[in-house]
Design a binder for this molecule. Structure first.
Ligand code: CA
Ligand code: CA
Length: 92
């Protein structure tokens, strides 16, 4: 990563939607364009969230519309909305 500033404290303030999107995309480590539960977990851990594994699992259960167990390109929008549950305020 090496990028500064991706701390939970800052995320608590607010993030513009497209920045949020690029953060999620940055955690697509295998580059398949989808966020798996593992990738999302790493992402949430990086943000310093507790129960990252559980949160990732729960989010995917909630968001995954096509049932492939991952957050696809078109599902990221829902994930961004869902981020409010984690205390992230997303601004347009
Ligand atoms: Ca992936
Ligand atoms: Ca999906």
């Amino acid at each position: 990563m090496g990028r500064k500033g991706w701390t939970w404290r800052q995320l608590e303030a607010s993030l513009p939607e497209n920045q949020m999107k690029s953060i999620f995309k940055a955690f697509d480590t295998n580059g398949d364009g989808k966020l798996s539960r593992k990738e999302l977990k790493v992402c949430l851990k990086k943000f310093g969230m507790s129960f990252a594994g559980f949160r990732a699992w729960h989010a995917i259960r909630h968001i995954d519309a096509n049932g492939d167990g991952m957050i696809g390109e078109d599902e990221i929008k829902e994930l961004i909305k869902y981020a409010s549950k984690w205390g992230i305020i997303v601004t347009p």
